[in-house]
Design a protein around this ligand. Structure first.
Ligand code: CTP
Length: 399
C-alpha cells in the first residue's frame, strides 16, 4: 500500500449512525482526500465491509489478525495524514481514553503520531454520562479534536444532544483542523513532469534525460497541501500517485493538447517537464533502415508555456523551469531572468546542469526568480524540499 495524496484513515464505530459516514466518505473524497476505511467489528453489523470497499475504492481494514505480515497497524498509522473516527461510540471513546489496543482501529490510533479527530454520536444519556465526559476531556488534553454532536431527534423517540453532526460541519472542521498543512485547498494545479519524446520512426525517438522526479515530487506535495492536482506525465518510470489525476503523454504536441484544454480551468500551471523543442517532419511509422535515412528534418514544437501565458488571467499563476549549462552565476541568473520574461511566467526555477548531476537525482541546487526580480538562492536541497519552497511561493501568489 502506497498513498501519497492527502490520506485519511476513516475509523467507523459501532453505532446506528455509521450509515451517515457513507455520505461523509464521498464528501471527503470531493475535498481531495484518499480515504481508507477501518470499521470496528461491531460497526460491520450496521454497514458491511463491501459498502466501504466500494465507496472508498480501497481495501478495508477491520481485523487485527488479517494481513499480519504487512504489520498493518504500523503501516496504516505511518502512511496516513490524519485519523477521523465517525461515529465514535461511548465504548470506543472509553477504550481510546484508556490507551487500549484491543482491535485494529485502537492499535492504529495508539501507533499514530498524526492528528486525530473524533465525531462522537450516541444517546444523550451516554454523551452526558460523567464517564464519557471525563474520557472526552482526557482525549482533548492529549490533542484529539472532538467535533461536538448535534442536538436533535435520536433513533428512538427521545430528543437531545448526541446526534451525528451535519456532514458539512464535519468537513469544515476537518479542513480547519488540518489547515496548517493544507493552504492549497480548493486550488486546481496543473503540473507537467518528465521529458517529451519525438518519434523518428517506429522504434526510435528524440528524447531527454528528465526523470520526472521533480514534477512528481511537486504533485505529491501539492496534493498533501490540499490542492486538486492534475499531473501530466511524459515518459517517466515513477509509480503513479494514488489520488492524483494523471494523464500520460509522449510527445510535446500531446502535452500541449492537455495543457491547452486544462489550463483555463486551473489556478496554476507548474511546467517542470523538459519539452523537446523540435519534432521530426520526415518521421516514419515503420522502422528506418540504415540506408533509408541520411538526414532528420526538424520543425519547431509549440512553446507550451508561452502559448498559455499569453492568455492567462491575472488570478492564474505559472511557474516555469530552466535547466541551463551555465556555471557562471551572473550568466545563469541573466539566462533565467531572460527566460522568465520571454515565457511570461510568474516564477522560474533556474539551475545549472553542466555536470549532469541533476537529471535523475533526488537533489537539486538553483535559484528561484520572481517577476519583480527577487531571487531566492536554493542550495543543495532535495526535490521534495524544493517542491515545498515552490508551493510556499505559489500559495502566496495565489493569495
Ligand atoms: N517549455 C515549454 N514548451 C517548449 C519548451 C519549453 O513549455 N516547447 C517550458 C519548459 O517546460 C520550462 C520552460 O519552458 O518550464 C523553459 O524550458 P527550456 O527548455 O529551458 O526552454 P526553451 O524555450 O526550450 O529554451 P532553450 O532555447 O534554452 O532550449
Amino acid at each position: 500500500m502506497f498513498v501519497r495524496g492527502r490520506h485519511l484513515l476513516l475509523g467507523v464505530g459501532g453505532g446506528i449512525s455509521a450509515y451517515k459516514s457513507c455520505d461523509l466518505i464521498r464528501r471527503l473524497q470531493d475535498n481531495g482526500f484518499v480515504v481508507t476505511v477501518m470499521p470496528t467489528k461491531s460497526s460491520l453489523n450496521f454497514v458491511g465491509a463491501a459498502t466501504w470497499a466500494a465507496l472508498s475504492g480501497r481495501k478495508v481494514y477491520s481485523d487485527l489478525w488479517s494481513d499480519v505480515e504487512e504489520v498493518p497497524h504500523i503501516s496504516l498509522a505511518k502512511d496516513s495524514d490524519a485519523i477521523l473516527i465517525a461515529p465514535s461510540t461511548a465504548d470506543l471513546i472509553a477504550r481510546l481514553a484508556q490507551g487500549r489496543a484491543d482491535d485494529l482501529l485502537t492499535n492504529v490510533v495508539l501507533a499514530s503520531t498524526k492528528p486525530k479527530i473524533l465525531v462522537p454520536a450516541m444517546h444523550p444519556e451516554m454523551w452526558l454520562n460523567p464517564a464519557t465526559v471525563e474520557n472526552i476531556q482526557t482525549l482533548q488534553k492529549r490533542g484529539f479534536l472532538i467535533i461536538e454532536p448535534d442536538h436533535g431527534r435520536m433513533t428512538g423517540d427521545d430528543v437531545g444532544i448526541g446526534r451525528y453532526p451535519k456532514v458539512d460541519r464535519i468537513i469544515d472542521e476537518v479542513n480547519a483542523h488540518l489547515i496548517r498543512n493544507a493552504d492549497l485547498i480548493g486550488k486546481k494545479i496543473l503540473i507537467t513532469a518528465g521529458g517529451t519524446r519525438e518519434a523518428i520512426d517506429a522504434v526510435r525517438f528524440i528524447g531527454n534525460r528528465s526523470s520526472g522526479k521533480q514534477g512528481f515530487a511537486l504533485a505529491y506535495a501539492a496534493a498533501k497541501r490540499g490542492a486538486q492536482v492534475h499531473l501530466i506525465a511524459a515518459n517517466t518510470d515513477l509509480p503513479i500517485i494514488e489520488g492524483i489525476t494523471t494523464t500520460f503523454v509522449e510527445s510535446a504536441d500531446q502535452m500541449a493538447d492537455v495543457v491547452n484544454i486544462e489550463f483555463p480551468f486551473s489556478d496554476a500551471l507548474i511546467m517542470s517537464a523538459a519539452v523537446s523543442d523540435f519534432k521530426v517532419t520526415n518521421r516514419s511509422d515503420l522502422k528506418f533502415h540504415k540506408n533509408d535515412l541520411n538526414t532528420l528534418d526538424l520543425e519547431l514544437n509549440p512553446d507550451i508555456v508561452s502559448n498559455v501565458s499569453a492568455s492567462k488571467k491575472s488570478t492564474q499563476v505559472i511557474i516555469g523551469f530552466a535547466a541551463e549549462t551555465e556555471s557562471d552565476l551572473k550568466n545563469l541568473l541573466a539566462a533565467g531572468k531572460g527566460k522568465l520574461s520571454a515565457k511570461g511566467v510568474d516564477l522560474l526555477y533556474v539551475n545549472d546542469v553542466s555536470h549532469g548531476q541533476v537529471f535523475g537525482s533526488d537533489e537539486t541546487s538553483g535559484f528561484l526568480i520572481a517577476r519583480d526580480g527577487n531571487v531566492i538562492d536554493v542550495p543543495n536541497i532535495s526535490k521534495d524540499t524544493l517542491s515545498e519552497i515552490l508551493l510556499d511561493q505559489l500559495s502566496i501568489a495565489l493569495g
